[in-house]
Design a protein around this ligand. Structure first.
Ligand code: UFG
Length: 337
């Protein structure tokens, strides 16, 4: 069985669907602080199979110990954590406590239970500014611009150290680029609390009329249209990368890092135009100042994931926007609506 922490969240829920579809037994532990139990009901509906759900914080050692005692867990996928960049600047201790302590407690309890296979939800945010594009797994890391990024950097380091100490450990660090889109059923998708910080959920809330106007954070970057360029990846593709990673950890030892992106950059205006096309709605936008900490262009070298994991993305930006829009129209207020 696979233990999935944070399985009710955006990427976790899409991964749970594919795990169930592939025949894995799934136990989810999620505190629901930033997600809804309803997403797991829908995961089970899509897959036509059941998973086990434990509502708890991953820092709750007793709960983890019970889970490892009760279920035959052979691998862990660790999504749980706080992830809002701006909030992490305002509340650094919450971020360090939540993200670092949860990983420590989880690894200690895994160790006590003799579980050795681990897939970690990391981020392209661990790469330093100043790298050449595309980013490779051996591009330089560190000098993070916010506590959220540092927590990912530190968690990666903890996992690398553990692999050095324990030759039986098998760890994959997946460095996500910009996950967007939704399951094609429209039943599960991204449901941020409050005003979204990220581009795609903001654009889709403008399209559906929940928000009035997008602010483009700067149009004077050294990019083709002056707006920021990112490597957007469909969440269903990203979820599939976890299935590949799980296969990999079950047959290899040590720590391997993989970028998970498409290898292509799209600008803010590319996203706006794509979204307008698939939704048939106008997305009003205004140009604002640059956002602190943003880079002009970030995209991934995907050759390692392809050659080692056999992973390639299928979906393009238009499909990402179409599926995000489908989810948004079926669930205009998210899971609670
Ligand atoms: N943007 C806007 N207006 C908005 C929101 C975003 O113009 O209202 C622009 C940004 O300036 C950037 C692009 O859209 O050029 C993408 O911004 P996002 O906030 O969606 O994504 P980021 O690339 O800034 O950050 C994402 C994740 C982080 C992660 C990082 C890794 O949100 O968690 O990728 O590179 F750390």
């Amino acid at each position: 069985m696979v233990l999935v922490t944070g399985g009710a969240g955006f990427i976790g829920s899409h991964t749970c669907v594919q795990l169930l579809e592939k025949g894995y037994g799934v136990v989810v532990v999620d505190s629901l602080v930033n997600s809804h139990g309803e997403s797991l009901e829908r995961v089970m509906r899509i897959a036509g199979k059941k998973l086990c759900f434990v509502e708890a914080d991953v820092r709750d050692r007793a709960v983890l110990r019970d889970i490892f005692a009760k279920y035959e867990i052979d691998s862990v996928i660790h999504f749980a954590g706080l992830k809002a960049v701006g909030e992490s600047v305002a509340k650094p201790l919450e971020y360090y406590s939540c993200n670092i302590d949860s990983t420590l407690v989880l690894l200690e309890e895994m160790n006590a239970a003799g579980v050795k296979n681990f897939v970690f939800s990391s981020s392209a945010t661990v790469y330093s500014a100043g790298n050449e594009m595309p980013l490779k797994e051996n591009s330089s890391t560190g000098n993070c611009t916010n506590p959220y990024g540092w927590t990912k950097f530190m968690q990666e380091q903890m996992l690398k150290s553990l692999c050095t100490a324990d030759s039986e450990m098998s760890v994959v660090l997946l460095r996500y680029f910009n996950p967007v889109g939704a399951h094609q059923s429209g039943l599960i998708g991204e449901d941020p609390q409050g005003v979204p910080n990220n581009l795609l959920p903001y654009v889709s809330q403008v399209a559906v009329g929940r928000l009035k106007c997008l602010t483009v954070h700067g149009d004077d970057y050294d990019t083709p249209d002056g707006t920021g360029v990112r490597d957007y990846i469909h969440v269903v593709d990203l979820a599939r990368a976890h299935i590949c990673a799980l296969d990999y950890v079950s047959s290899h030892k040590g720590c391997e890092i993989f970028n998970v992106g498409t290898g292509h950059g799209s600008s803010v205006l590319d996203v706006v135009h794509s979204f307008e096309k698939v939704s048939g709605r106008k997305i009003p936008y205004k140009i604002g100042p640059r956002r602190a900490g943003d880079l002009a262009t970030v995209y991934s070298d995907v050759s390692k994931a392809k050659s080692v994991l056999g992973f390639e993305t299928e979906y393009d930006l238009e499909k990402m926007c179409a599926d995000a829009w489908h989810w948004q129209t079926l669930n205009p207020a998210g899971y609670v609506g």
